[in-house]
Design a protein. Structure first.
Lengths: 340, 120
């Protein structure tokens, strides 16, 4: 979380958006933190829209009134993605850590009334994955056109809470069956995206379509990253758009070039036929689990550190009941909002 | 075979008098960096060829498929020498092609087919 004073100014963001358009960026996600907290959001959306970039707002929904939704739509906003933690208030508020469910529902209504494209995003884990039907029902009721069911991936906070969050294989299978049926039934009405956790895939995913390959993130304080979580890789330093142009960061910075191509790969990946598909896997996951950002992603079944994944999966499947340990929240650290 | 053809014709008949409109979530853009026509969608970018882009630009909800087909034929004519006009497809073939294309676009949810012109 960046302090307000250290966030980029409106003029900075306007410049960054223009530089991004010149680089060939055609789609922008205003994310956060919470982008609705910025007073200049409408100005930035209007600017991105004038550059013919497709604008998405990624939000908790808190603070998205009908009036706000209309003004953002007038500024050119095309798509709003609202996060939910569950299909009903009680569980949603427990997981989120504060009473947000009803406010999110109001935000959803505001988006629909403003006639913008509505996406819902639900991050799935042990605590809500068995309630998938409720989530689908909520999505249908709200008239969402897209629903992202993304199982948690375990890097930062999720890694700290992995014991409580990683579902069992049985839970994943049950949920994926519910997903398959819903996808077939709602084919025309709603696009449903389903992402399983890396821990249950035998090969890693090509994270972000490859390191600094198709997209980039600019953090609120101006740090330019190849992916939203890359700042966690502590042995890499990232440049800031306050001091360098986006063009030079994209093309010339050592951080963006670090994991491009195949030169950097460990021998295991370099000699593997799947290297073009997964690019060695996720660098954040490699760093989080092994402390070495150059390692083969341990999600890969051939990785030397794959036993780390196997161990976590074993634990998740040996004890199918929720753990007693409290969740560690990002903001209210060590406050125990979840106790069973 | 005959059956298939008939079904095809029914679809065309319904469509030529309809008013296609680009879906609210979709945006058309000519990308100067890549020199390509793009259809921008939530979490998706579709690269369009010249013809597809020219058709979609005309899908503003105020003109029929028939009208769009005529405009497309006129622009084909403009792009050809007078002597080549005889080699142009006839208007019915163009209408059928465009209807088929729009049908696909509608199935993807990228174009909405209205039976009446949009009030401006």
């Amino acid at each position: 979380m960046a302090q307000k004073e250290s966030e980029l100014s409106t003029a900075d963001w306007i410049r960054v958006l223009s530089e991004a358009a010149d680089l060939g960026v055609v789609e922008v996600h205003f994310s956060g933190g919470e982008p609705l907290l910025r007073d200049d959001l409408e100005i930035l959306i209007r600017h991105a829209n004038s550059l013919e970039m497709y604008t998405n707002l990624i939000t908790s929904g808190i603070g998205l009134t009908a009036e706000k939704a209309t003004s953002l739509k007038d500024a050119g906003l095309a798509n709003v993605q609202i996060s939910f933690q569950a299909g009903e208030a009680k569980l949603s508020d427990i997981i989120g850590g504060y009473k947000a469910f009803e406010k999110k529902r109001e935000a959803v209504k505001a988006v629909k009334e403003a006639e913008m494209h509505l996406s819902l995003n639900v991050v799935l884990h042990r605590m809500n994955i068995d309630k998938l039907e409720g989530i689908l029902k909520l999505a249908e009721e709200t008239g969402a056109e897209r629903l992202e069911l993304a199982n948690t991936q375990y890097y930062n906070w999720a890694l700290l809470n992995r014991e409580q969050l990683l579902p069992s294989w049985e839970q994943i299978q049950r949920a994926s069956e519910i997903y398959r049926k819903a996808k077939a039934r709602l084919e025309k009405k709603m696009e449903i995206i389903w992402v399983i956790p890396d821990y249950y895939a035998s090969t890693p995913k090509p994270c972000m379509g490859g390191w600094a390959a198709i997209g980039l993130t600019v953090a609120p304080d101006g740090v330019a990253l190849p992916c939203p979580t890359a700042a966690m890789i502590k042995d890499l330093s990232f440049e800031n758009v306050r001091y360098s142009s986006l063009n030079s960061i994209w093309n010339d910075s050592s951080s963006f070039n670090r994991f491009r191509g195949e030169e950097w790969m460990p021998e295991l990946c370099r000699s593997c036929d799947l290297r073009h598909e997964d690019g060695g896997g996720c660098r954040c996951q490699a760093f989080a689990l092994t402390g070495d950002s150059f390692a083969t992603d341990p999600a890969c079944k051939w990785a030397p550190e794959h036993y780390l994944i196997e161990k976590a999966v074993q634990d998740a499947n040996n004890d199918p009941k929720p753990q007693n340990k409290p969740l560690i929240y990002r903001r209210h650290q060590n406050k125990t909002l979840l106790k069973k | 075979m005959a059956d298939k053809k008939n079904r095809g014709l029914v679809v065309v008949d319904i469509l030529v008098s309809c008013f296609p409109k680009l879906a609210a979530k979709a945006r058309l853009k000519f990308d100067k960096v890549r020199e390509k026509h793009l259809l921008l969608l939530p979490e998706k970018v579709v690269i369009l060829n010249e013809t597809a882009a020219s058709i979609l630009i005309l899908c503003d909800g105020s003109q029929t498929v028939k009208g769009i087909a005529e405009k497309m034929r006129d622009s084909l004519k403009d792009g050809n020498n007078a002597s080549d006009i005889s080699t142009l497809p006839d208007i019915q073939t163009i209408e059928e092609d465009i209807s088929g294309f729009l049908q696909e676009m509608a199935e993807q949810g990228w174009v909405v087919i209205h039976s009446h012109a949009e009030d401006k």
